[in-house]
Ligand binder design. Structure first.
Ligand code: B1M
Length: 210
């Protein structure tokens, strides 16, 4: 029987071989990929975060755990999709200026892609001007901003303000997300919506397109 808590432990220990073995075993037992992701891997990253905060894990180790997690997410990618395709609308997603976290953003990108959207994942540490250039270039219908740090949340506000200033606000829906972001913050900065996780981001994007 697949052991999701052993997966969590292997991720915290950055034991790539063991983790791959456990993930593959779980999938072979038909454990849903979303359970592997949420109860095995994301639970592990939460512990990594706590250890980072308490000084029991240092940045290089956290980075290693993040890389191992990224590889597992790649493994799960074909199994996480939804089958309903939607519209092929152009969507831009990126992490705001000053912020280098990308695992959650990449998961959101993956869910939007598997919902049939044309996703342009433009990376991390993205200046407001770059978001604007991409909206114009891709004629984007939705833009997704990710932030994992309380210190980079104000950059979301600046990005939204820059989009308003550019005159493009009426042609693009703005979605925000990331661990410290809330619906109240989304409302405060004038975003069209907030999604707490990748699954809800996909649902919200579909709703906004309609
Ligand atoms: Co960072 N880090 N980190 N880190 N890191 C956090 C975020 C932190 C909470 C850890 C902690 O102290 N407990 C803390 C932030 C504290 C705060 O601001 N309140 C923190 C800190 C302080 C820092 C540094 C400042 C540490 C330092 O240098 N002293 C530094 C900042 C660097 C920078 O960005 N400028 C830093 C660096 C790093 C690493 C580079 C080492 C690494 C990132 C590697 C990478 O991403 N490639 C890292 C990691 C891995 C973490 C933790 C441990 C894990 C983040 C993660 O990947 N979670 C994190 C602690 C934690 O979150 N438990 C932490 C898993 C991921 C699936 O979840 O990203 O939340 P998440 O995404 C979810 C939702 O939030 C949502 O959907 C996703 C999937 O369901 N979502 C969206 C995300 N984006 C969305 C966009 C949307 C919608 C939904 O658009 C519409």
């Amino acid at each position: 029987m697949a052991d999701l808590s052993a997966m969590t432990e292997a991720l915290v220990d950055c034991d790539e071989d063991k983790l791959f073995e456990l993930v593959n075993a779980a999938l072979a037992e038909n454990i849903p990929a979303t359970d592997v992701l949420n109860q095995g891997l994301i639970a592990g990253m939460d512990i990594v975060g706590e250890k980072m905060e308490s000084g029991d894990m240092f940045i290089p180790e956290v980075l290693m755990a993040a890389q191992v997690m990224g590889k597992c997410v790649e493994l799960l990618k074909p199994l996480l999709g939804e089958d309903e395709a939607d519209g092929g609308a152009n969507v831009i997603i990126g992490t705001v200026k000053g912020d280098l976290h990308d695992i959650g953003k990449n998961l959101v990108a993956m869910m939007l892609e598997s919902a049939g959207m044309n996703v342009h994942n433009i990376g991390v540490d993205i200046e407001p001007e770059e978001f604007i250039a991409q909206i114009k270039e891709k004629n984007a219908k939705i833009i997704c901003l990710s932030a994992l740090l309380t210190t980079t949340m104000p950059m979301m506000k600046k990005t939204v303000a820059a989009i308003v200033e550019s005159g493009l606000r009426n042609q693009v829906k703005i979605m925000v997300g990331g661990a410290p972001v809330t619906q109240a913050f989304a409302d405060e900065i004038g975003a069209d919506g907030f999604a707490p996780d990748a699954g809800s981001a996909s649902k919200l994007a579909k709703a906004l397109l309609n």
